[in-house]
Design a protein around this ligand. Structure first.
Ligand code: NIG
Ligand code: FE
Length: 413
């Protein structure tokens, strides 16, 4: 099937240099063509160009979509979510308004363990339905690829249940879904006070079970004060690599707790959060394969400092942005809002923030060779906006729903 999108006001996020991530000054470059068209065949972008040459292309067998002067952008790539969860936690939201911190709520047995209890009590089908409701919401908001973590199971059976739900989402949508095993999100209730035993169980029982069913692409550890230590994280990452799974680490959210160092040492694909990262961490990341990933929605919702993304870019690093969609710290998967926050709160230029939420976040999922930009040979995941005055308008109009139509693998959603 051939699809032609014509009458595009601006085609943005074009990549003709084959970069799998953009770093430092490269992040400021968002390549665009005005008055453009895109040609898609069997779900893949095969060509694009300026309106002038279009007459040569059109024929009767094509599906022709008129963008009516709107922009076309590559779909958002959301490289960090916990979108599979049971119920919601607005009570903790109120607790936070009343002055409790995220860490205090967690220490009282709320937080992640609260979600684990709810998930345990919910059937796999119901969990799937609840997650799919959110998945449809984020697709409509322009997300075309998403990483989903387990981590509300915290025992082998419930972790596998979550990962199977992620697989079902993978199989039943045209969204590109990457799966991450996050058994080390918190210590499961059955192991309260026995963290070392929980880590041993995770390594000896959970990881082999996950690997045997090929349920995860990556492994995550919440490496932070009050959660897992860098030593425990290192052990888990080492074992995961034996099964061919690289790390995507939760690091340095709550404290300067060694998350970046252990992530870089074990060649993790990304290290995420970074609200408490230091200049030394920036040095450690230079020259590494690990993508630092900021989650500005989390800082916003928890009233915490924002990751020093400006500083990282000035130091020559690439930075990714993701939503962190989860019931505790970020009940939102709105990537456009995350892009706005990156501009407003982290002083990224709009072009930098859009690159952070497309090509660099695709890199942070290991899929930037086929997602994250408009390029020949890449999967045709994009959205068409209303006519907009400029790319800068996108983060500027921070609550305006600009999207008119979304396409995943060349098919309209
Ligand atoms: O990325 N920081 C750890 N985990 C999640 C929050 C999980 C929760 O509160 O349910 C996060 O913010
Ligand atoms: Fe997270």
């Amino acid at each position: 099937m051939t699809l032609l999108v014509k009458n595009i006001g601006t085609l943005a996020g074009i990549d003709e240099d084959g970069l799998t991530r953009r770093q430092g000054a490269q992040m400021r470059q968002l390549n665009c063509i005005d008055q453009a068209w895109v040609l898609v065949e069997d779900g893949v972008i095969i060509d694009f160009g300026e309106e002038d040459d279009i007459i040569l292309l059109e024929d009767d067998t094509m599906i022709v979509v008129d963008a009516e002067g709107g922009m076309v952008l590559p779909s958002w790539c959301d490289s960090h979510t916990h979108i599979v969860y049971a119920g919601s936690r607005e009570q903790e939201f109120v607790d936070k308004i009343n002055g409790l911190s995220y860490a205090e709520i967690a220490r009282r047995g709320g937080g992640i363990l609260n979600s684990a209890d709810r998930l345990h009590a919910m059937s796999e089908d119901e969990l799937y339905e609840q997650a799919m409701h959110r998945v449809r919401e984020v697709i409509a908001k322009g997300t075309g690829a998403i990483e989903i973590k387990s981590g509300y199971g915290l025992n082998t059976e419930d972790e596998l249940k979550m990962l199977r739900v992620i697989r079902r989402i993978q199989q039943n949508t045209r969204l590109r879904v990457v799966s991450t095993f996050l058994g080390a999100h918190a210590v499961g209730r059955a192991y309260a006070g026995r963290q070392a035993d929980y880590v041993d169980m995770l390594i000896n029982e959970m990881l082999p079970a996950v690997a045997q069913e090929h349920l995860a692409d990556y492994v995550d550890v919440f490496c932070d004060e009050g959660f897992f230590t860098p030593e425990e994280t290192g052990r888990i990452l080492e074992k995961a690599l034996d099964y061919g799974m690289r790390g995507k680490i939760h690091g340095q959210e709550l404290a300067d707790s060694g998350g970046v160092e252990v992530a870089v040492k074990h060649c993790a694909l990304s290290v995420d959060h970074l609200e408490s990262m230091t200049d030394r961490d920036i040095e450690l990341l230079r020259g590494s394969e690990t993508m630092p990933t900021a989650l500005p929605g989390t800082s916003f919702f928890l009233n915490m400092p924002f990751a020093p993304a400006r500083k990282m870019i000035e130091a020559g690093l690439g930075v990714a942005i993701a939503s962190d969609y989860n019931p505790g710290s970020t009940p939102s998967g709105d990537m456009k809002f995350a892009v706005s926050l990156a501009c407003i709160k982290m002083r990224l230029q709009p072009a930098e923030a859009i690159n952070a939420a497309t090509i660099n976040s695709a890199y942070a999922m290991g899929i930037s060779d086929s997602y994250g930009s408009i390029a020949k040979g890449k999967v045709a995941n994009f959205f068409i906006t209303e006519p907009l005055p400029s790319v800068d308008f996108i983060p500027y109009a921070y609550t305006t729903p600009i999207i008119r139509r979304t396409f995943l693998a060349g098919e309209e959603f």
